[in-house]
Design a protein around this ligand. Structure first.
Ligand code: PLP
Length: 395
């Protein structure tokens, strides 16, 4: 049979990260590649107890088809939590999604026509580029500095369907947008009539101080806000949510219905039960402490081992270090050598919509313990030093 593919299928590409994850699953490889939360930190006992409770008290409701909007009490809980962060939101605006990744897809489906412009940070989250590209978005990269995208850069995105922004400990760069820059961006976007799609899976993973309020707190109905339970509880639950302005909500809901009817009600009830016990208030401080120690171990290892000329910033939260390499080094070309030396990372080029910077790479500090971080960074440093020496010889 000759299958004729839809045009959008051309824009579906294998995720570089998933391909690398396959490589790094080989025994003996220290993976600093995927952003996999520390499995030892999953609150297994609390989830086991909540699962038993759901099965004992509401087994048939939990196993039945359910509302596309999501489980009512969980939506209430999400709304209450976001109100504490300064958002004006009621539960009717909360749509429970199958991971926030689905939220990105739904936003793409509802807002992007072939040729529509979408403003993105540069670099930005690879999974968002993958979600929006099949809808035939044309990406407009926003220039920025250490404080975040430049407000005046939004002028160049006038007429875009939305600006996709990651204010907290961005994947991949780790950057946190400053409070003043957040307000300036929201003001500029409002003046231009440019909607904002705010993706915030890492906001609770701060290690020095809590980040400023979300963009959506200032943007009101000019923003769609995406959140996730993946990084604070466990990604295998596949539970995320979006908060949409009332005018946009029905279309996102219809897109959700068409995609998967609803997110598993069983998982939603389990998560609601664990939240009811105040688990996050106990769990998050422990998680922050663990990840802070791992972040500091990586910073220390990078400082001691990486060759001169490598540059990075200490991320104030999240999961990643973003390293800029000296000379003409290409992180993608060097990856097989790094894997042969026992360490994997993600080459930075994957995170750009166009004009990639090849001399960048992303390292995750959350997946492996400090001793392995030390070994992995030392192995990476040896590969980089060798490559630099070879460059010098050919120069
Ligand atoms: C910035 C960002 N958004 C969204 C997601 C998707 O997360 P999930 O679908 O697990 O909620 C990720 C996952 O790594 C991410 O880094």
């Amino acid at each position: 049979m000759n299958w004729t593919l839809a045009r959008r299928a051309d824009r579906l590409n294998p995720s570089t990260i998933r391909e690398i994850l396959k490589l790094s699953e080989r025994p003996g490889i220290i993976s600093l590649a995927g952003g996999l939360p520390a499995a030892e930190a999953f609150p297994v006992e609390a989830l086991r107890a909540a699962t038993a409770l759901v099965l004992a008290e509401q087994p048939r409701e939990a196993l039945q088809y359910a509302a596309s909007e999501g489980y009512g009490p969980l939506r209430e809980g999400v709304a209450a939590d976001l109100r504490r962060q300064g958002l004006t939101v009621d539960a009717a605006q909360v749509l429970i999604t199958t991971g926030s990744q689905q939220g990105l897809d739904l936003v793409g489906k509802v807002l992007i026509d072939p040729g529509s412009r979408v403003a993105v940070e540069s670099p930005t989250y690879l999974g968002a580029l993958q979600a929006f590209a099949p809808y035939e978005a044309e990406f407009a990269a926003l220039e920025g500095d250490d404080e975040g995208p430049l407000p005046e850069a939004l002028d160049g995105a006038r007429g875009a369907r939305f600006a996709y922004l990651l204010p907290n400990f961005q994947n991949p760069s780790g950057r946190c947008i400053s409070a003043a820059r957040r307000l300036a961006l929201v003001e500029r976007a409002a003046a231009l009539g440019l909607p904002i799609v705010e993706d915030n899976p890492y906001g609770e993973l701060w290690y020095d101080e809590a980040p400023p309020p979300p963009l959506a707190a200032a943007a009101g109905d000019g923003a769609v806000y995406l959140g996730s339970f993946s990084k604070v509880l466990a990604p295998g639950l596949r539970l995320g949510y979006l908060v949409a302005p009332k005018a946009l909500y029905p279309k996102l809901l219809q897109a959700k219905q068409a995609a998967d009817l609803h997110t598993p009600g069983f998982n939603q009830r389990i998560v609601h039960e664990v939240m009811q016990t105040g688990l996050l208030d106990r769990h998050l401080p422990q998680l922050r402490e663990r990840y802070r120690a791992q972040r500091d171990a990586m910073h220390d290892a990078l400082t001691r081992h990486l060759p001169a000329g490598c540059r990075w910033q200490l991320p104030a939260g999240g999961m990643f270090f973003w390293v800029e390499l000296p000379g003409g080094l290409d992180a993608a070309t060097l990856l097989p050598r790094a894997v042969a030396a026992g360490v994997a990372y993600v080459p930075g080029a994957a995170f750009y919509d166009h004009a990639p910077c090849h001399a960048t790479l992303r390292l995750s500090f959350v997946t492996v313990a400090p001793a392995q971080i030390e070994t992995g960074v030392a192995a990476l440093a040896a590969v980089l030093a060798q490559a630099l020496a070879e460059e010098e010889q050919t120069a």
